[in-house]
Design a binder for this molecule. Structure first.
Ligand SMILES: O=C(O)CCC(=O)C(=O)O
Length: 290
């Protein structure tokens, strides 16, 4: 259980570091399976739906930078998503009903691990409310030297900064006034976890040390946080719908009541077909007699 002080710290600062969440056996299994994927990446020469490679990757020296969507790749990652302690902590912060909108395994292999520039996850996937967070499972000891996660405490309560460059989303803060001052590292032993709020500014330095740093990340959302972007070709779908004027990427959010028309009422049918099952009809269908 998170203590009331930990919960308050998360609310005020936007993050937590918690040691000893995964057992030694659980970590050994995660590392063993991950090593197998690094081995498999030898056969891959360019980034694909599963593997993201460091620029200096070669079959002789496989340098896997990210395993994409690990829960699709192996049962051991699926189990970690539902780890009882993780779900207990997440429900204390988000409420009992939780969804997951993504997962990834970032590997910063010794001497080569790429940095991740400062960003806010919210810039990638805005929702109807910001009760979203990411849990990072430290698969190795995570230190300043090997590129541990860095955060800017309290920044989740501030503005969402621009992540666009020349009008194109670039996945990192581009605000010219942004300075990464007061950043703090979340150092962890293997088996510990970090938790960070979706609006918290964070990033991490390259791994210039001889110790690998692997961070398995799971994103969780309160079940009543709905994504604002459609999952397939969001900009193309939206932009194609414009009949006059320019598309906008800053939606106007109003505190309007919303109830989604789900479960799916078979929208391929017309309103006549959808209403056919209505029990409490108000207009009776009369038969005109001559
Ligand atoms: O792996 C890291 O250090 C940072 C990961 C991160 O923030 C991301 O992938 O969005």
């Amino acid at each position: 259980m998170l203590t009331p002080d930990q919960i308050q710290f998360y609310r005020d600062q936007g993050y937590l570091g918690i040691e000893n969440v995964f057992s030694v056996d659980e970590m050994d299994e995660l590392r063993r399976v991950t090593d197998e994927f690094v081995e498999k990446s030898r056969a891959v020469t360019r980034n694909d739906a599963v593997f993201d490679l460091e620029p200096s990757h070669t079959p002789g020296k496989p340098l896997l930078r990210r395993l994409k969507n690990p829960i699709k790749q192996h049962e051991v990652y699926r189990r970690a998503l539902r780890h009882p302690l993780v779900l207990q902590f997440v429900s204390q912060l988000l409420g009992p009903a939780i969804t997951s909108n993504g997962n990834k395994l970032n590997l910063k292999l010794a001497n080569v691990g790429s940095p991740v520039e400062w960003h806010q996850d919210w810039a990638f996937y805005p929702h109807t409310n910001d009760d979203l967070l990411a849990v990072g499972i430290a698969m190795d000891e995570s230190t300043l030297e090997n590129g541990c996660l860095m955060v800017m405490p309290g920044s989740h309560l501030g503005p969402v900064l621009d992540h666009h460059q020349d009008g194109v989303f670039i996945g990192a803060v581009t605000d010219p006034d942004f300075k990464a001052t007061n950043a703090v590292p979340i150092t962890l032993k293997a088996g510990g976890i970090s938790i960070h709020h979706t609006r918290l500014l964070h990033g991490s330095a390259p791994n210039l040390s001889t110790n690998t740093r692997r961070l398995l990340l799971y994103q969780y959302c309160a079940a009543d946080a709905w994504p604002l972007l459609p999952s397939v070709d969001p900009w193309g779908t939206y932009a194609a719908s414009v009949v006059q004027g320019e598309p906008v990427n800053v939606p106007r959010l109003a505190p309007v009541p919303v109830r989604l028309p789900l479960p799916d009422p078979k929208f391929e049918g017309s309103i006549y077909e959808i209403q056919r099952g209505l029990k409490n009809v108000k207009f009776s269908v009369g038969v005109k007699t001559m």
